[in-house]
Design a protein around this ligand. Structure first.
Ligand code: NAD
Length: 483
């Protein structure tokens, strides 16, 4: 058991100090493989958020004026700090998220790579200052600078806790912003490691603050006047509330929201390759991915063969506790999510939909759902249209690429998409026309720190990762001068 992280006395990191949260609530750290409580941690409070916001505002001027190369050293410190704690962090994610070992390792590696990547961008920021613009007429010239937007409030969900927060903290700190993160009440332990590392590497007080807690703490964060931007990752329902809360102050906002993403398989696709892409897109992290490709759109001519292969692969998928040998898919992280997914499955079954594999809970303790596939799902059904956030795939057939594109785009979401085809040019033509922020061709989902991450339509506002993630924390200033 990773005692050091599970048994936390202090769960709020504010102004460079660890404190016990002042919230009334005790947050339960549940093991989804058993449903047992692993530990309880004290939630933070609205007052903790206010203190964090003041600490972030106080630290901002000093932090933004540090050379980018110096900020880069701290970011590298975070990367190395994560690296040295990898074993324990993997175990916490296996215990509290129910991630398989490989999934938990991927998460920690992703967080490390993100800090390393933004260290490089922070170093480059010094050289990028003051780009000259020679204005028409020769009377004036301009100097364009990119300046950090200010202290940023960040709210994250539970499905990739360490990663989602790394995608926000690393670019914000690289840009010269200070950051205050509210972690998910479902997984309150993961991000505490960033406080430990901040203390260890001597990050100036207030540059990074962490407050645990639920909605009440999130609401306080959206109301704190010191923040000049709010960055949110989570559901559309809460995203809308966050947007409304900050709208009174017209604050910049970034939203990383949900999806109901398509995976298109053309008639000439390699079946094994298609199966690997489909399985990864819906059963990785037990389907609890904003980027789950939960709608399979396959050419009629190969559908029977593909479904047969998919059913076989799903049956062979090893589901169990992450601590059992060879497990590929763990339980759902929260009991509420498990109930929601099971309810949606039951609803689809009672509507007479064709469930070709899975279709319910696994008969054991914990929040286990069978890998589930519904075939020939009507395109107006809830399981075709709504985000399920679990291991449930809905399939349909099409007769042409044109039809596949139309079906893929018939959604109010636009986060990601996948295309599997034997002809790369054909796949690229489809990818070009899918309305989403990230498309994979002939590969299961891979996300690099220099990818762009974010959605079209109702999947969000703004982009994380890559130079776009950095830009989200920078404002453009134009200084105009007489020649
Ligand atoms: P959620 O929206 O329920 O909660 C997200 C965060 O918001 C939590 O920390 C929660 O405590 C906080 N919160 C709740 N009410 C609040 C309020 N009124 N004001 C401020 N904060 C509040 O989401 P979840 O269940 O934790 O995560 C699942 C959702 O996140 C899915 O919809 C998924 O698609 C989405 N997600 C999106 C991305 C992406 O990159 N686009 C990544 C991961 C998850």
């Amino acid at each position: 058991m990773p005692e050091a992280l599970l048994e936390r006395e202090n769960t709020v990191f504010v102004g460079g100090q660890w404190k016990n949260g002042r919230g009334a609530e005790m947050l339960e750290v549940i093991d989804p493989s058993t449903g047992n409580v692993l530990s309880r941690v004290q939630a933070g409070s609205a007052e903790d958020v206010e203190k964090a916001a003041r600490a972030a505002a106080k630290a901002f001027d000093g932090w933004k004026r540090k050379p980018g190369a110096e900020r880069a050293k701290y970011l590298l410190g975070f990367a190395r700090g994560l690296e040295s704690r990898k074993t324990i962090l993997v175990r916490v994610q296996m215990h509290n998220n129910g991630k398989s070992r490989i999934e938990a390792e991927i998460d920690v590696d992703d967080a490390i790579a993100t800090f390393d990547y933004y260290a490089t961008l922070a170093e480059g920021l010094d050289e990028r200052q003051d780009t000259r613009v020679d204005h028409a007429g020769g009377m004036h010239f301009g100097l364009v600078r990119h300046e950090p937007v200010g202290p940023v409030g960040m709210i994250v969900p539970w499905n990739f806790p360490l990663v989602t927060s790394a995608w926000k903290i690393a670019p914000a700190l690289a840009a010269g912003c200070t950051a205050t993160v509210k972690t998910s009440e479902m997984t309150p332990l993961n991000e505490l490691v960033y406080g430990d590392i901040a203390a260890e590497i001597g990050l100036p007080a207030g540059v990074l603050n962490i407050v645990t807690g639920g909605a009440e703490v999130g609401i306080a964060l959206t109301r704190a006047h010191e923040f000049r931007k709010i960055s949110f990752t989570g559901s559309n329902m809460i995203g809308a509330k966050v947007m409304e809360a900050v709208s009174a102050r017209c604050l910049p906002i970034s939203l990383e929201l949900g999806g109901k993403s398509p995976i298109v398989v053309t008639a000439d696709a390699d079946i094994d390759q298609a199966v690997s892409c489909i399985m990864g897109g819906i059963f990785f992290n037990a389907g609890q991915m904003c980027s789950a490709t939960s709608r399979l759109i396959v050419d009629k001519s190969i559908e029977p063969k593909l479904i047969e292969a998919l059913v076989e692969a799903s049956r062979a998928l090893r589901v169990g506790s992450p601590f059992e040998d060879g497990v590929e898919m763990g339980p759902l992280t929260t009991s509420a999510q498990c109930h929601k997914v099971l309810w949606m499955i039951e609803d689809a079954k009672s509507d007479g939909l064709d469930c070709v594999i899975g279709g319910g809970a696994i008969d054991r303790e914990g929040h286990f759902v069978k890998p589930t596939i519904f075939r020939d799902v009507p395109q107006d059904h809830t399981i075709w249209r709504d985000e399920i956030f679990g291991p449930v795939l809905a399939t349909t057939t099409v007769s042409s690429d044109e039809e596949a594109i139309a079906v893929a785009n018939d959604t109010h979401y636009g986060l990601v998409g996948s295309v599997v085809s034997g002809d790369w040019t054909r796949a690229k033509a489809i990818a070009d026309r899918i309305e989403a922020g990230q498309i994979w061709i002939n590969t299961p989902q891979v996300v690099y720190p220099d990818s762009a991450w974010g959605g079209f339509k109702q999947s969000g506002i703004g982009r994380e990762l890559g130079p776009w993630g950095l830009s989200g924390y920078l404002g453009v200033k134009h200084i105009l001068s007489k020649v």
